[in-house]
Design a protein around this ligand. Structure first.
Ligand SMILES: Cc1cc2nc3c(=O)[nH]c(=O)nc-3n(C[C@H](O)[C@H](O)[C@H](O)COP(=O)(O)O)c2cc1C
Length: 184
């Protein structure tokens, strides 16, 4: 039997979504499944998904939105995604996903609700926490830091105390990766 090959195509702003893609690819390889990890900022010109047995698309969330590259990719490839016969998964990295009270709501809002706009339905998806980086080396501009601090007020329950907070839950991520392999 030939080895399975899975595409993990992602868009990231501050690195959380990329780190998760790399981790999922590692888990796949440990299970003898090939993973091709693609940053959609670098490459987005796919004709079809004939080379892949499974696809995972992933996005960073900023002010409720996927990255521009993820949006364009999903828009351009919507017909190919609709007719893709193998497992199709999606995840996002978002600060609110790390909050028990917000998790279920943002998981729906950031994934199936948005995919519906492109006529795409999905069964396998999850929302992971993100990275809040207020440090000197942060990729966030001062305005983004300000927005993040305002958004993270008590109303949302996100109180970030240190300069760098990684809200990703690696057990949740591993479960997502292994569950995806179970779809075959
Ligand atoms: C300006 C700004 C706006 C953000 N807006 C949201 C948001 O609307 N919802 C959310 O859950 N997280 C939000 N976040 C947190 C990001 O989702 C988090 O930083 C995550 O790590 C982004 O993924 P990335 O690191 O792959 O870019 C925001 C962060 C910044 C800096």
């Amino acid at each position: 039997m030939t080895e399975k090959k899975i595409l993990i195509a992602y868009g990231t702003r501050y690195g959380a979504t990329e780190g998760v893609a790399i981790k999922i690819a590692e888990i796949f390889r440990d299970n003898n499944v090939l993973a091709e990890v693609v940053d959609l900022k670098e490459k987005s010109d796919f004709d079809n998904f004939d080379n892949y047995d499974g696809i995972i698309i992933a996005s960073s969330i900023k002010i409720g939105q996927w990255t521009r590259h993820v949006k364009n990719f999903v828009r351009n490839m919507r017909l190919e995604i609709q007719k893709f016969a193998g497992p199709f998964g999606f995840y996002v990295c978002s600060a609110y996903a790390a909050l028990d009270k917000q998790y279920a709501k943002v998981k729906e809002e950031y994934i199936p609700d948005k995919l519906t706009e492109f006529g795409i339905s999905i069964d396998y998806y999850d929302a992971f926490g993100g990275i809040i980086d207020f440090s000197e080396s942060s990729k966030m501009s001062w305005l983004e830091k300000k927005i993040m601090k305002l958004a993270g007020n008590q109303a949302n329950g996100l109180t970030v105390k240190s300069d760098y907070t990684d809200l990703r839950n690696w057990d949740q991520i591993e479960k997502f990766a292994l569950g995806f392999l179970d779809l075959f």
